[in-house]
Design a protein around this ligand. Sequence first.
Ligand code: NAD
Length: 376
Amino acid sequence: MTKIAVLKEAAPGETRCAAVPETVKKFVGLGAEIAVEAGAGEGASIADEDFAAAGATVGSRSDVLSGADIILCINSPEAASLSGAKPGTLLVGALDPMRRRESIDGYASAGLEALAMEWMPRITRAQSMDILSSQSNLAGYKAVVDGAAAYGRAFPMMMTAAGTVSAAKVFVMGVGVAGLQAIATARRLGAQVSATDVRSATKEQIQSLGAKPIFVENVAGIEGEGSGGYATEMSEEYQKAQAELVSSHIAKQDLVITTALIPGRPAPRLISDAQLATMRAGSVVVDLAADAGGNVEGCVAGESVTKHGVTIIGATNLARSLAADSSALFSRNLFNFLSAFWDKEQGRPVLPDDDEIVQGIRLTQGGKIVSERLSA
Ligand code: NAD
């Protein structure tokens, strides 16, 4: 019987868990045995008993690793912490291959088959397996909630006996998965929302959420969805036109949420210090790209700083602050991936070498690094 081990996360500040009772039941339904490391669900308010009631066994790290065929995790564990896992075991999670190369080399030496879920190709078939989308969606929501909490005024327009409170103005820069959820959340709170992106396809999405698109019109942006839905670096001419557009718009905004990312590159700089200085004191900027260098000049990852009276929140790992939901979505992504490749007769997932998904996420196999992106 295929044994699936679920690790307790060791990364500081991590609250999420790679399985929840619902996915434990689903894996049991597929005929697998699930072993959860004691305390793995603590940060997400899931007790060991809840996992046991769903059909898992609960034990120490060496208990769960012993005889495991698949290891599920959120962050990449230290390779040394997996001693006891047998060669050929699948290790599935957000392995952060570019920044954790040493660990990946360690997995190869141990003969593990490491699968990096963040490299899931952006194709329709893989949508339900996409951890970047599921976690970004929650981060977009939380960015607005955190921004609203730091803002010293109300969001909705209120007509009271003591006078009228005007609606907050929210500007969302970068309308991918996080940006769309940020727009929807700010609208629900009653704000007047505007948004911008370099991909022209987002214009209609912005309008359909009841927000106003603010777009560079005189220089061409990216038509359609671009490669795999991602943006690329824009020309100098475009950047200049965008900066002018932002300068004229930003002074009137109360909360700005920035989410712009370019795969494999530092985050594009969208707001300069001079532009920040034009904003009203008490305004708030939440920079969701803080980890990738930030969209906002002066942003510090993981910290909240004040410049010209404007609070800049360098948001990192916001999904961790919604551990129950982020764990549920992350673990469903893992289940959706493994179950899509589950071979009923063999009672285990079979990953064909020529499958686009497998080629995208497989890092190591047979003691070697096999990912093209890592060997390049
Ligand atoms: P992302 O996190 O890479 O970037 C966030 C947004 O920032 C993007 O919309 C991008 O266009 C924008 N951006 C980049 N540079 C910018 C700049 N200079 N100024 C303004 N905006 C800038 O994006 P994401 O959230 O991962 O989503 C990107 C796309 O991928 C979306 O169209 C999404 O629908 C699509 N997607 C497809 C699948 C799938 O089919 N499986 C899964 C997830 C996302």
